[in-house]
Write a protein that binds this ligand. Structure first.
Ligand code: MLT
Length: 345
């Protein structure tokens, strides 16, 4: 009897130790972050590719391997809408996304009002300063997704396969692919063209099959997606500044130790700055590169740019105001004024 009791005690003890080890080994397993974006992985040509690689390296190195970042580029985990849904639900932990955020958080459309930002550095000051912080706090409150940092898609330009565009009149009747964001639908309509929202992953095919005549994106994106193969004409109208949002599911984030949270924040900011650099490098050098690939590039005069601004800014601003009210518009205008004043003249 005594022997049986000892044996049972021993076995229970063993079970406890084994399950205890189970808990310990579970606790020690690396935390995994699945991060999706729609761009290629190539760090030389892709802003989100460069940002993703930077983030992964900094987080894995800085955590001593206790956090493992798996980057899924090129829409492998879905298009931007699906990626945001995934982060919201927590089926993936992170995503780097651009315009599609507006489908989940309407005030983000304020950033897409045409001709607001005069340069990248002004946009960076605005997004990295009080305005970006207030916007991030509201996104968190409204959606349960935390913005770790703001990257950028960059200044967007129209391309098409039909003919050169020099003024809004040349856009009449053109079928233009836009992001799945109503603000771009309104902008393209204001120019007399016909907008078609299509996910980025399907844009190349839509252009090849002539479902649409044109699209709008920064030069770097046009280069990276080889759109010069299906688009002959580009105007450097730089109509709006595309901002990227580095999102993380907040429930997941809250479950991490404070020092890991800090590491994610600083790594995301560094990654965003790297992505902005890669974007600007490729948008600058890409102008002559797309020309060597056969594209005709037109740089509008100040008067022509003013025509684009006159045709688009007020209708889009009115549309955005009808959707979200004036508060975010006024805040953004104030932040831009302050950032402009801080720029070295
Ligand atoms: C788009 O047009 O869908 C985006 O600008 C693509 C991107 O984020 O690279």
């Amino acid at each position: 009897m005594k022997r049986t009791a000892v044996l049972v005690g021993f076995m229970v003890g063993c079970l406890f130790v084994v399950s205890g080890w189970g808990i310990v080994s579970h606790l020690q397993a690396a935390t995994e972050i699945k991060l999706g974006h729609v761009d290629p992985a190539d760090v030389c040509i892709s802003k989100k590719g460069a940002a993703g690689a930077t983030f992964k390296g900094l987080v894995e190195g800085g955590s001593g391997g206790s956090v493992n970042v798996k980057v899924f580029p090129a829409s492998q985990l879905g298009n931007e809408r699906e990626l945001i849904e995934g982060v919201k639900l927590g089926t993936i932990q992170m995503a780097f996304v651009s315009g599609a955020i507006a489908g989940f958080y309407k005030p983000a459309q304020v950033l897409d009002i045409p001709y607001l930002f005069s340069s990248g550095p002004v946009a960076w000051k605005v997004m990295d300063g009080w305005f970006g912080k207030e916007l991030a706090a509201d996104i968190l409150k409204q959606t349960g997704m935390r913005v770790l940092a703001y990257g950028e898609t960059g200044f967007r330009n129209f391309t098409n396969s039909k003919g050169p565009i020099k003024s809004p009149a040349d856009m009449k009747g053109l079928k233009i692919r836009v992001m799945e964001t109503p603000v771009y639908v309104n902008m393209v309509k204001a120019l007399g063209a016909a907008p078609t929202p299509i996910a980025w992953s399907e844009t190349d095919t839509a252009l090849q099959q002539k479902v649409v005549d044109g699209q709008e994106n920064p030069v770097a994106t046009i280069m990276q997606a080889k759109l010069y193969e299906v688009q002959k004409y580009m105007i450097l109208d730089g109509h709006s500044y595309g901002c990227d949002f580095f999102l993380i599911n907040d429930k997941f984030y809250q479950g991490l130790p404070k020092e890991t949270q800090e590491l994610l924040k600083t790594s995301a900011y560094t990654a965003a700055v790297v992505g902005r650099g890669v974007q600007h490098l490729n948008s600058a050098t890409g102008i002559s590169e797309v020309q060597t690939k056969g594209m005709q590039v037109y740089a509008p005069t100040a008067a022509e740019r003013a025509q684009f601004k006159a045709a688009t800014q007020k209708p889009v601003r009115d549309y955005v105001e009808s959707q979200i009210g004036k508060t975010w518009i006024d805040k953004l205008m104030k932040a831009i004024q302050e950032a402009e004043a801080e720029m070295v003249k």
